[in-house]
Design a protein around this ligand. Structure first.
Ligand SMILES: [Zn+2]
Length: 248
């Protein structure tokens, strides 16, 4: 028997593993410490047992996130346990990408400064060195004006989220003109690594271009470097986590 109901039923998934929640807290703090996020920007992880949910902090500075600030969301951006707390205006970035990319398990959105000049000039980030092999195909570019005209530049609804995910396609990074960038990964560690090294690569690419013609890693080199780097993520994650200490 069916009955009319305009809004889908909201079911809270099982509580995510505490170690994963702690890892997401750590990711927020690391991204702040590494200069990828400041008072703004955010990181999320897909719920490991319920792929149609993700975890993201409530609306707050990433460097201050604690375990109790993590909220569970549906892919349409609905918060299930916010309990009246404000949520991020741009939570739609995360849900839309998880919907479009089943391979993605973690998302980092930031306004990391060195990437901005590339976005506003439509210059793709290319892998300058082995650490950024994940940029093999270059960064994608999202032009919000093409989708929605003049806006406040934020991804503040599902339609904009879907358009951003579309621009990302199968790449690891999308630059958002006049705003920032978003990187994706198959784990929290990988997404954080990519966010940190996208910023580093942007600085290096800018410097290299001032010196002359740049030889970037080709697609084959980049793919090989990325495969090797993915086996080394623990090393750098342990270092960054040690700098933060124990999360509350
Ligand atoms: Zn933003």
């Amino acid at each position: 028997m069916s009955h009319c109901n305009d809004s889908p039923q909201r079911i809270m998934p099982p509580a995510a593993d505490r170690a994963l929640v702690d890892k997401l807290v750590l990711a927020n703090r690391i991204l702040y410490r590494q200069g990828v996020v400041d008072g703004f920007g955010h990181a999320s992880v897909r719920h490991p047992e319920s792929p149609s949910h993700f975890l993201l902090a409530r609306n707050m500075a990433p460097g201050l996130v604690r375990r109790e600030d993590i909220v569970t969301f549906e892919l349409d951006g609905t918060a299930l346990d916010a309990a009246g707390r404000r949520v991020y205006l741009e939570r739609f970035i995360h849900g839309a990408i998880y919907r479009a990319r089943p391979d993605v398990q973690a998302v980092v959105h930031s306004h990391s400064p060195s990437v901005i000049p590339f976005g506003v000039t439509g210059t793709s980030l290319q892998p300058v060195f082995h650490m950024s092999g994940f940029l093999a195909e270059g960064s994608a570019l999202f032009e919000i004006r093409d989708v929605a005209g003049d806006t406040d530049m934020l991804i503040s609804n599902e339609t904009l989220g879907a358009a951003l995910a579309d621009a990302l396609g199968l790449r690891s990074m999308v630059m958002m003109r006049g705003h920032g960038s978003t990187v994706v990964g198959s784990s929290v560690e990988q997404a954080v690594y990519r966010a940190v090294y996208a910023e580093v690569n942007a600085k290096l690419q800018m410097q290299a271009r001032q010196l002359g013609d740049v030889t970037y890693l080709n697609a084959s080199e980049a793919a090989k470097a990325a495969t090797t780097n993915d086996t080394q993520l623990t090393r750098v994650w342990e270092l960054w986590a040690r700098e933060i200490g124990i999360v509350e």
